[in-house]
Design a protein around this ligand. Sequence first.
Ligand code: GLN
Length: 495
Amino acid sequence: MSELIKKTAAELSAAVASGEASAVEVAAAHLDRIAAVDGSVKAFLHVNAEDALAQAREVDRKRAAGEPLGALAGVPVAVKDLFATIGLPTTCGSKILDGWVPPYESTVTRRLRDAGAVLIGKTNMDEFAMGSSTENSGYGPSHNPWNLSKVPGGSSGGSAAAVAAYEAPLALGTDTGGSIRQPAAVCGIVGTKPTYGGNSRYGVVAFASSLDTPGPFGRTVLDAALLHEVMSGHDPMDSTSIDAPVPPVVEAARHGDVAGLRIGIVSEFSGDGYQSGVMTRFTEAVELLESLGAKVTEVSCPHFKYALPAYYLIAPSEASSNLARFDGMRYGLRAGGGSAEEVMAVTRAQGFGAEVKRRIMLGTYALSSGYYDAYYGKAQQVRTLIIRDFQNAFSQVDVLISPPTPTTAFDIGERADDPMAMYLADLCTIPSNLAGNAAISVPIGVAPEDGLPVGLQIMAPPLADDRLYRVAAAVEAAFTERWGHPLLAEAKGLF
Ligand code: GLN
């Protein structure tokens, strides 16, 4: 196995820039790794081998010609299969998009290409990003590299698994209710949900437009920050994109520090339903933060208990509207014959999986006349109360912390037939989506009872994304000093 795959993105870009390694060598090492392990991890839906090598050759050509290299020159990035990529299939984990090759490029992947990153493949996900395990994928589940019988989380589970299995140093995901932070936590890597509007949604297949947030995965805090910075920034092609400078996340990741920082523990996120090992590690992390000079207090966010029900009205409502475009005419699958209505009905019946149909029905019901005020309108009011809880909390503390997810990775199949149990995986992550805040999950070791990774969630106000990285980098450094890197790189069974 090539040592190149064990390097961080920061190391790889430096090695390529200095000529210590060529971009082609880096890409080939990761393609070899994918060939060796992805038969069991199943992180990728599409491996972009030929084209990745061509992208890498272009980086090497630029270097040889003395042309400027981008911040991620020669660094492989795995891309969740809902970012539109010219010439590469984009399925969104759904049979309804089988065979669709987008004629345009998402802003985020365009920025990565411009920065010299090598898009190495498209990763598996829950269909239309609805789920917490990748089991809702139309193409079969991905597996957690720590234990192949466990889920890698979801919906960006393929991206998280690819990074945890050393198939790519970086990956792109999207977080609508937790789909970056939850898989990052259960795969033992770093994952960030940036401030809503900090990253363009142009060319990202829409699930719930007021919540969808593209974001980065990496094995280190600095790596996640490097990707975060490259992918972010205002985009006139997305009307909800924020026209403000990108927070200095890389600078923050290089200078981890919590001395004098006021940190609030969300008191609602503990107790029944939280796995003991998750809480053991959380308590240790709190002690660690205090030992580093942070002032830790408890803060109550009384409306967070309504976040899950509010989300499961708002997200399906938006999804029912967004998914109306999949009509058998414009994209991918076309089934049935006869009238337009028949084609649409048969295509949607065949092309969508059970969870997607459930959400479309829920959302259509919640938006229908007579129920709109009682359900959708009420949920929007709850959303305002949650925003106020955050505002109140952030008037007392600089960041909030909690477990990112109540449990470690669960067994494949364990929650597949129980939507409510699946929904609970996002209990702690959803409030930040409803409020549009920034939040990160950083590894803090493994649960003693099952040896599976545990994360720490850090939440900051909108546009204070740099604060997340400052805290996460301090946590990472302290844990690394104590026990070695919390990723405990030798993910079991794969090395
Ligand atoms: N698990 C949540 C859901 O199923 C969140 C998904 C996401 O963030 N895309 O909706």
